[in-house]
Ligand binder design. Structure first.
Ligand code: WQD
Length: 323
């Protein structure tokens, strides 16, 4: 049985990945500073190191006997990153530098990195493939691009014949819009994204808002590729299998390949809650691209992975989780 270190394993996505990695027969150790993570999300028999990945010595010790790392620990709020860019560079870029240094020192062989569709910014075409230009529109997106560069550079250095360190096999997963919950106690508590924001508004007796209905899309509202967090977790296991079985340098979009508009999400929520949510149209939110949908050809061909769950599954499971 191989042992994997999961950074950010007490987070919304991490908690799902932890369960699936274990179900795949791997032993899992989590490092999480619990700045946003919840210990209640972690299965009782999984070891949690309550430390920041910025502490390279702590990470190095945690890597003892570890085959691979799934790296999710990061800040992820786009708006906050615009207001506090240094916080994002320190946590996300500094965190990756610290992790890669520790992995090199420990000779850790495999890495699966949590990247984001935010690396594309406003895409010139849709669906968007992994070879498209990287033009992030926020410090958050910039830190995810830099993270990918750092992994690539670390792997290149470790592959030189002159080094005694083992090569680094890695995959970067560019998540599109993650939603839903794999269990009622694993919901997204952050209220940063559309579905949690709609459910939160309903909880408070307010009307959910549609940010702009004059976009050049089929119904005027923005189109996104929503991916169920349980499907996303399965993609991590497929990526872990790949990096463990061969020496690879791979980048994959993780989405469904199908776009849904904000109005379609509102309709799905209305269906799930059993009444019209009464969404109101308001001004566009600055910086929102009209359409962002993943091309999923590569991940289907190379990982044999595809999303299984629908938008309705995402909304229903988020609702059941209270978010
Ligand atoms: C989705 C759509 C809004 C709230 C962001 C990051 C991305 C990734 C996921 C990662 C947009 C509209 C929203 C509301 C609305 N982050 N909306 N009413 O902006 O596509 O992506 O989260 O870790 O990097 O950029 O996601 O969920 O905020 O918005 O109409 O109350 O819903 O305008 O079109 P977004 P989102």
């Amino acid at each position: 049985m191989s042992r994997w270190l999961l950074t950010g394993g007490a987070g919304y996505i991490g908690a799902h990945v932890a369960r699936d990695l274990r179900a795949s027969g791997r032993e899992v150790v989590i490092i999480d500073d619990l700045s946003t993570g919840l210990i209640s999300r972690v299965p009782a028999d999984v070891t949690v190191i309550e430390e920041s990945i910025l502490d390279t010595d702590v990470v190095r010790r945690a890597l003892d006997g570890v085959t691979g790392v799934v790296h999710l620990a990061a800040k992820k709020a786009v708006g906050e990153s615009v207001d506090q860019p240094m916080l994002y560079y320190r946590e996300n870029v500094g965190g990756m530098v610290s992790l890669l240094q520790a992995m090199e020192d420990a000779g850790t062989r495999c890495l699966v990195y949590s990247s984001s569709a935010a690396v594309y910014g406003e895409p010139p075409w849709s669906p968007i493939s992994e070879d498209s230009p990287l033009q992030p529109l926020s410090p958050y997106g910039e830190t995810k691009v830099i993270g990918e560069w750092l992994v690539r550079d670390a792997a290149a250095a470790r592959s030189h014949a002159s080094t005694s360190v083992s090569p680094l096999s890695w995959a970067s997963l560019r998540y599109f819009n993650v939603a839903g919950a794999g269990a009622p106690d694993l919901g997204d508590t952050s209220v940063n994204n559309l579905i949690p924001m709609v459910l939160d508004a309903l909880d408070r007796g307010q009307a959910p808002q549609v940010f702009g209905t004059d976009y050049p899309t089929h119904d005027g509202s923005c189109v996104r590729d929503y991916i169920h967090v349980s499907d996303l977790a399965a993609a991590h296991v497929a990526a872990a299998d790949l990096v463990e079985s061969a020496e690879v340098a791979a980048v994959f979009n993780v989405g469904t390949g199908v776009g849904s508009s904000v109005l379609e999400v509102m309709a799905a929520v209305s269906e799930v809650v059993g009444r019209d949510v009464g969404a109101v149209a308001v001004q566009r939110r600055a910086g929102d691209p009209p359409e962002l949908v993943a091309s999923v050809d590569r991940i289907a061909a190379e990982l044999g992975w595809s999303a299984q769950r629908t938008l309705r599954d995402m909304v229903a499971s988020a609702y059941a989780a209270g978010r």
